[in-house]
Design a protein. Structure first.
Length: 74
């Protein structure tokens, strides 16, 4: 299976994109997950799942401190 991260500028995305055929990626997460309203361009979903990271803020640059479902599920 070929997997490429949708957010290639993220740390996780950079690591995923370095993987070669036969590599195994182990991702361990400790934190809080939840659901949030899907962005307007996501007509296929009402809510998306997200994992909130340590520096998450509800407004401003800290909003990028989360991993949303498509970044994990590819």
């Amino acid at each position: 299976m070929t997997m490429r991260a949708r957010t290639s500028s993220s740390r996780l995305g950079k690591e995923v994109n370095k993987a070669q055929t036969g590599d195994t990626i182990v991702f361990s997460y400790a934190g809080h997950g939840g659901q949030e309203p899907a962005p307007p361009d996501r007509h296929d979903k009402i809510h998306i799942e997200s994992f909130l990271l340590g520096h998450f803020e509800p407004n401003g640059p800290g909003t990028r401190e989360r991993i949303v479902d498509d970044e994990v599920l590819g």
